[in-house]
Design a protein around this ligand. Sequence first.
Ligand SMILES: NCC(=O)N[C@@H](Cc1c[nH]cn1)C(=O)O
Ligand SMILES: [Zn+2]
Ligand SMILES: [Zn+2]
Length: 523
Amino acid sequence: MFTGRQPAILRKLGLVNLQLLPRLQLRTYATSKLAVPNNQKMTEAPFKTLFEKIDQLGPRFIEHLSNAVAIPAVSADESLRPMVVKKAGFFRDQLEHLGFQDIQMRELGVQPPPVENPKLELPPVVLARYGTDPAKKTVLLYGHYDVQPAALEDGWLSEPFKLVIDEEKQLMRARGVTDDTGPVQGWLNVVDAHRELGLELPVNLVVCFEGMEESGSIGLDKLIADEADKYFKGVDAVCISDNYWLGTKKPVLTYGLRGCNYYQIVVEGPGADLHSGIFGGVVAEPAIDLVKVFASLVDSQGRILIDGVNEMVAPVTEKEKELYEKIDFTLDEMNAASGSETCLYDNKSDILMHRWRFPSLSIHGLEGAFSSQGAKTVIPSRVVGKFSIRTVPDMDSATLDKLVIDHCNKVFQSLGSPNTCRTELIHDGAYWVSNPFNASFTAAAKATKAVHGVEPDFTREGGSIPITLTFETQLKTDVMLLPMGRGDDGAHSINEKLDLSNYFLGMKTMAAYLHYYAASETK
Ligand SMILES: NCC(=O)N[C@@H](Cc1c[nH]cn1)C(=O)O
Ligand SMILES: [Zn+2]
Ligand SMILES: [Zn+2]
């Protein structure tokens, strides 16, 4: 249990909802089983001490996270690029302070089109290593320090770039707490806890933190390919903590991701925005053309209507069907996470299959059109529609691009509009499916059992981490996804949160994973 000093410390940091402050009690997230594994190496580094140290350093770990999320590092917003760079510096400073070596801020050059500012520099990739002992295994930790956009007026309960602790719900709220600033900070805290104890890390670490993940990891593929035999030489396993449990109670380990091809449709016409009373019914309106193209992409049941797309999807096998039945998940959990009863499917298997192994098409937004309160009577002269397709085995990315662009061109042609329309890919990232039967997954499963007292479910994820497949193929190594947050954390949404228990138990699981992996029989 934290001491009575905690609330004052947190108040000084401005971390709590002040009305709730007098009742604030940070719990110690005791593990259900403080295992000392039956392995010689592990008994030298008993978890009990390590886990107690993680709890004891709680205020420091929350303060670091609070400082990190205060930097609005939104990679999709060109005007905020200096903030993304600032956040890279924030983590570099911590790495330095923690004794990491060979710290490099790798520049990736100018961001390729489509982009507003043709001279916009990509944010740096932060590389660092901790230890170079040839007798130890080497684990590469990948994470991203950029975040999705967020604005108070979208419906946040508090400023999105200010960490607030909700004492009643025992959670932290801010953009990035779960995706992916919390887990990135968590890894550094694990190193911090070892150092505070004078406890040697059981593995060498290589860190790769990027600032463009939420915008397709532009530029990172090349760096990884270039460094596979240099900076990343000798990496035995890659661990990524950048996804979520399926539900809210049971920890999971993840062996699959969907890919994501993100497109924009640009429709242009009149020379300027026009008065609809003067020009309405007289000029061809770009927004009308755009919604017609949008409407041709997908139906209200989520079926993709672009010829040839569904035909690329690998068929469902009987063996695969059994997998879904074993997963701990319910329609109620799905509804709770979406805050609605809008699910298109009424049973677990269909939900999981449509989340993990079928493609989906989402319409994200419309740039250039009136979107404020009130009733402005304008005809926008140029609109840009944004949509993406989550991809799955065996879809081919280049073939998909061609099918999508041909489809949009064909539909626009059929409108007979004098406007112009072009569809282009903004960025893409590959899907990834791996085999969860390797030393890294086994170590993570043991760590989960030791910390949470339950065996994890093995899941796939509907989201994407564009660089995952690149790590696997370029480094010729196993990649394992070890999520920290829960399925209802609201990543990318309003009021993104990370439960305090997930932050603390997550760090303990990360720490235990490193120890179990070090002790495994693989090197
Ligand atoms: N936590 C992973 C995540 O949120 N990934 C993003 C990555 C992305 C962004 N654009 C395309 N892929 C996701 O939306 O899945
Ligand atoms: Zn992420
Ligand atoms: Zn994300």
